[in-house]
Design a protein around this ligand. Sequence first.
Ligand code: FE2
Length: 275
Amino acid sequence: MSNNFNRTVVRRVRGESDESRRKYRMDNRAWRFMTEHGDKDDIAFAGFEAANREALERLQHTLSERDIAHQRGDDDLCAQREVQELLVFDDPAGLQVEVFVGPTERPEQPFRSPAGVSGFLTGDQGAGHIVLASDKHEAVSAFYKEVLGFRRSDTIDMKVAPDMVLRLEFLHCNPRHHTLALAPVPAPKRLHHFMIETLSLDDVGYALDRVKACGVTQATTLGKHSNDLMISFYSYTPSGFEVEFGWGGRHVDDDTWQVSHLETPSIWGHKSIEG
Ligand SMILES: [Fe+2]
């Protein structure tokens, strides 16, 4: 089946605002990201769009065959998510996954970025990508590949300490180089970062200026990744995980793509900035 990472929800601890839930648009979809109050600053669920209703039915059949607990979203949940149908289940490390069809589009209210971003690359590449950490890497990797149909793009060895190297696995489910990357490490937060991609390099430069002007803590310098060739930088969200803001990612064509292994995550840049 073909999936399409389309939305994610970040659960934040209760702050000054009494608004419990906030949705964010990136295009003509009703929303792509949501924040809501919760008991931890972390990803609360990840939404993936099925290719069609038949694909959703096939997924439900697969989940049943494998004895993976799942349920159909009821009318209230579908209304809240603004989709026609959805399936809800957990991945092996406990993240709630929602696969849906029939998202709400609002072409009558064209998206206009209040920050002046020229646009975001979405469409058949979904909202962006997420990087998830867990100490159940084998089970999580098999789940996303064998149950949800993701395919490996490549792997990267990342040196996170002088004597510690992590092998990250990058997975795709559409032309985006990776919609999901998996880090085999127990981490305080399941979500290491999420990435959104703009339509022009200038959008990244303007965002870098805004980050500095607004006093947001930058996590890395501008850099270019070795696998998806994305030019991007990372900043800390108020929840402590990072957001990657980038442009120029390469695309995967499954007819010609060959899986490779890389020994460094970046061709240049992406140097850590001490907070
Ligand atoms: Fe990334």
